[in-house]
Design a protein around this ligand. Structure first.
Ligand code: BES
Ligand code: ZN
Ligand code: ZN
Length: 505
């Protein structure tokens, strides 16, 4: 149900074989008076002064015209396009031109003189076009008309036109753009799925299926096994729910060759967050179906790493539950146990994400001892109030790791910004009756308090980072009127891993 198979063909064409279909020509740079536009005006016989007046090449600007039988779109990428801007321009273009595009589209990089290091344009274009075909109305009885470039249509084709010398690298970039987009679209479906169609065991089922398809190991622990393993904090959050919890453990190693690093990823998998007995107000509660955005980032990254056979050893853990209201729900004031052995005083049952992560992190360290430990979670409203919908909050006990993650965020447009974890914030989690409490009780520095709580469960692990992605996992975009999923984190983690691999070789 969640699969988005890419059956359409994506081909590479060179100068001699540009298909006679609708054509998109990305244009980067400032205004029309530059080389790439000159080559376009020459090729298609457009008067330079007119194009100069009508097309500025601004990011996302579209200039359509006809040349003989075909329609050509100039697509502005802005003055200094990077990966993120290029991806966004192609994504919006494909989405917005739905009615006008046919089932076949060519993208020409022949006028752009791609310099070495700029091949990322190709990957961004493919990734953007595929994401631009995404449709959110999965539960409509009368489905909206499919996008003509719908990847599930075997008739659809995208042709990427490049110079002969770039054919080989274009082939690889197209494969990568396609692999990532396919997984991202599944994660969009998963995060957008409502809680009555997405319970913890569904996440587990998705992981199992993905592991079988792409050759990585997935162990799903049942409620009984979760009990036997003493994952008490996960069980405490699950007490109020009719649906059993899930504890998903995934392990990926490349089929051949050496894995250079061992990285542990932990993602918050709350399939719906009512707040528990500390019930949330109803206004935006429906958005809490997205409280498994961290889990989606981890599930997606595992799958793409396996598809691309990255030379890295990855362990992914997703603790998952609903946070519901029931006579059995944990109550404010309760003291619960945790996998680590530490006791936790519950001040607010709505601070549930940090509880399940506490078990996920401690389990990861004890059983897998990863060299680098990264967790992602839609953890606090405070992170949303701080950064809005434009950046996640980053916390780390290792400044080098933090800067590598920030760099990957800037490179992919999935930005994060570091906040402090100074000792002075420790009081926020000190309890009179237990080892820690899950909330300070004060409406201040909420994202930092949550990070300090998680820190109490990583022991002496020296390379840990936490990303609070509450504001960015679910946001406004072209797919929907209301907020919807973004698949935030997959690109960022992949980029971080790829940079790490490169820096060692
Ligand atoms: N899932 C929420 C955080 C959230 C808020 C995610 C907005 C996405 C958008 C989390 O479990 C939560 O409820 N956090 C509380 C914690 C508080 C009670 C200490 C919050 O941030 O208000
Ligand atoms: Zn909550
Ligand atoms: Zn939550």
């Amino acid at each position: 149900m969640l699969q988005v198979p890419i059956i359409m063909t994506i081909t590479i064409s060179t100068t001699s074989k540009i298909p006679e279909t609708n054509l998109v020509i990305p244009v980067s740079g400032n205004g029309a008076s530059q080389n790439s536009l000159k080559s376009i005006t020459d090729t298609f016989g457009i008067p330079t002064h007119q194009l100069d007046r009508d097309f500025k090449g601004e990011s996302g600007e579209v200039f359509p015209f006809y040349s003989e039988e075909r329609k050509i779109y100039l697509l502005g990428l802005g003055p200094e396009p990077d990966f993120a801007k290029t991806l966004q321009a192609f994504r919006s273009f494909t989405h917005n031109s739905k009615q006008k595009l046919g089932t076949k589209l060519a993208v020409s990089f022949l006028h752009q003189n791609l310099n070495p290091g700029q091949e990322f344009f190709i990957e961004a274009a493919i990734n953007g076009i595929l994401l631009g075909t995404y449709q959110i109305g999965r539960f409509k009885t009368e489905p909206e008309e499919a996008h003509p470039l719908n990847p599930a249509n075997d008739n659809a084709n995208i042709a990427i036109c490049v110079e002969d010398s770039l054919v080989e690298s274009a082939e690889k970039l197209v494969q990568k753009g396609k692999a990532v987009a396919e997984t991202q679209m599944q994660m969009l479906n998963l995060v957008n799925a409502p809680a009555n169609k997405k319970i913890p065991t569904h996440l587990a089922g998705w992981a199992e299926n993905s592991g079988k398809t792409h050759g990585y190991q997935v162990t799903n622990h049942t409620k009984k096994e979760i009990e036997a393993k003493n994952l008490h904090a996960l069980l405490a959050v699950n007490r109020g729910s009719e649906n059993p919890p899930a504890f998903i453990v995934m392990e990926y190693k490349p089929r051949s060759g050496e894995a250079k690093h061992k990285i542990g990823l932990v993602g918050k998998g709350i399939t719906f967050d009512t707040g528990g007995l500390s019930l949330k107000p109803s206004t935006n509660m429906h958005y809490m179906k997205s409280d498994m955005g961290g889990a989606a980032a981890v599930l997606g990254t595992m799958e793409v790493a396996a598809k691309l056979q990255l030379p890295v050893h990855l362990i992914g853990i997703v603790p998952s539950s609903e946070n519901s209201v029931d006579a059995l729900s944990i109550k404010p004031g309760d003291v619960i146990d945790s996998y680590s052995g530490k006791t936790i005083e519950i001040i607010d049952t709505d601070a549930e994400g940090r509880l399940i992560l506490a078990d996920g992190l401690a389990y990861m360290i004890k059983n897998y001892d990863p060299e680098i430990l990264i967790n992602l979670a839609t953890l606090t409203g405070s992170a949303v109030r701080t950064f809005g919908f434009h950046a996640g909050a980053l916390f780390s006990n290792d400044d080098n790791l933090a800067s590598q993650i920030s760099k990957a965020g800037n490179e992919t447009g999935e930005r994060v910004w570091q906040l402090p974890m100074w000792d002075c914030y420790k009081d926020d989690i000190s309890s009179d009756v237990a080892d820690v409490r899950n909330y300070s009780g004060l409406p201040i520095a909420g994202a930092i308090g949550a990070a300090k709580f998680l820190e109490a469960f990583i022991g002496d692990h020296a390379h840990w980072a936490h990303m609070d992605i509450a504001g960015v996992a679910f946001g406004s975009n072209e797919f929907s009127q209301q907020k919807s999923a973004t698949a935030f984190g997959i690109r960022l983690l992949l980029q971080y891993i790829e940079n790490l691999i490169e820096s060692k070789t």
